[in-house]
Design a protein around this ligand. Structure first.
Ligand SMILES: [Zn+2]
Length: 290
């Protein structure tokens, strides 16, 4: 609770400062990884505010306050993930907002459905789809800048190429590898790498802050002690005593651990940099296995 209060106070001060100076478009992203890509596409034409930015906070537990409500109400464009990842923003969108406000539900852009793993930004298809949608929306609002938006999208897509190449490289050597995770955040990337993800139901319970069943826990521990799982993906933003214990068992069983996060860490310059660092972590873990 203390962290949440500190976070909301800082966010509230910052939002006040931004709105006092912003003359152009206001884009509000529910999560900072979407905000970062929006900034890359919009450039100086918009002020981008991201709501979920705290690397020490569990986004699944996030609750809104007056400042988040105000930023959503003042936004010209709102971006959120959808499929139950950020239901709090749907509540805010149901109240007052600018008459011409454009709302982008990112899951809709890639055909996501309720009940799917909600961590869709780990799917390499997602950000190019969001970028293309932003170009469409921004070009309608400001046609004179359409060429500039398209150029920035092209640059973004070019910047993703090393990430796509690395995915291809890891997949070529390690497709079919069995891995596991404390929480499903890395799921779509694991799939893109051709990995077989074990213990998914356990992970969903951790995501929903529900105690996994005894059978799920036994199966999870066995996948580590038997070394069936070759990597443990550990989500440092969604932890509890159960995930701490799983991490210890992985260490004792010498199963490599790759740390992953829900939101983009503050020291990562871009979404692509962040994904590249996690993929380099996967390669290091694969090296440690041999
Ligand atoms: Zn999560």
């Amino acid at each position: 609770m203390k962290t949440l209060l500190q976070f909301t106070c800082i966010a509230s001060l910052w939002l006040t400062a931004v709105s006092a100076h912003a003359d152009g478009l206001k884009i509000v992203a529910a999560e900072n990884f979407y905000g970062g890509v929006a900034k890359q596409i919009a450039g100086d034409s918009a002020t981008v505010t991201s709501i979920l930015t705290n690397p020490n906070q569990d986004p699944h537990e996030f609750t809104t306050n007056a400042s988040t409500a105000k930023s959503v109400a003042d936004a010209d464009i709102v971006i959120y993930s959808g499929i139950s990842y950020d239901p709090w923003i749907e509540k805010l969108l149901g109240t007052n907002g600018k008459p011409n406000r454009v709302v982008i539900n990112v899951a809709d852009l890639i055909g996501g459905k309720d009940g799917d793993n909600p961590h869709i930004w780990y799917d390499p298809r997602t950000m190019p789809a969001l970028g293309a949608k932003l170009v469409e929306v921004l070009s309608k609002i400001d046609p004179a800048q359409a060429g500039a938006y398209q150029k920035r999208l092209d640059d973004f897509n070019t910047s993703m190429q090393p990430e796509l190449d690395k995915i291809t490289q890891i997949k070529a050597s390690s497709a079919g590898l069995e891995v596991t995770a404390t929480e499903p955040v890395f799921g779509y990337m694991a799939k893109a790498l051709g990995f077989k993800m074990l213990n998914y139901d356990f992970q969903v319970n951790i995501m929903n802050d529900t105690e996994p069943s005894a059978d799920q826990t036994v199966a999870f521990e066995k996948s580590l002690t038997s070394k069936t799982a070759k990597i443990l993906f550990y989500n440092s933003q969604v932890t509890d005593p159960t995930t701490d214990r799983i991490k210890k068992i992985a260490q004792q069983s010498r199963v490599p651990i790759v740390g992953v996060t829900e939101t983009q860490p503050p020291d990562e310059k871009s979404y692509v940099d962040w994904m590249m660092h996690e993929l380099v972590g996967v390669q290091a873990a694969l090296g440690a296995k041999n």
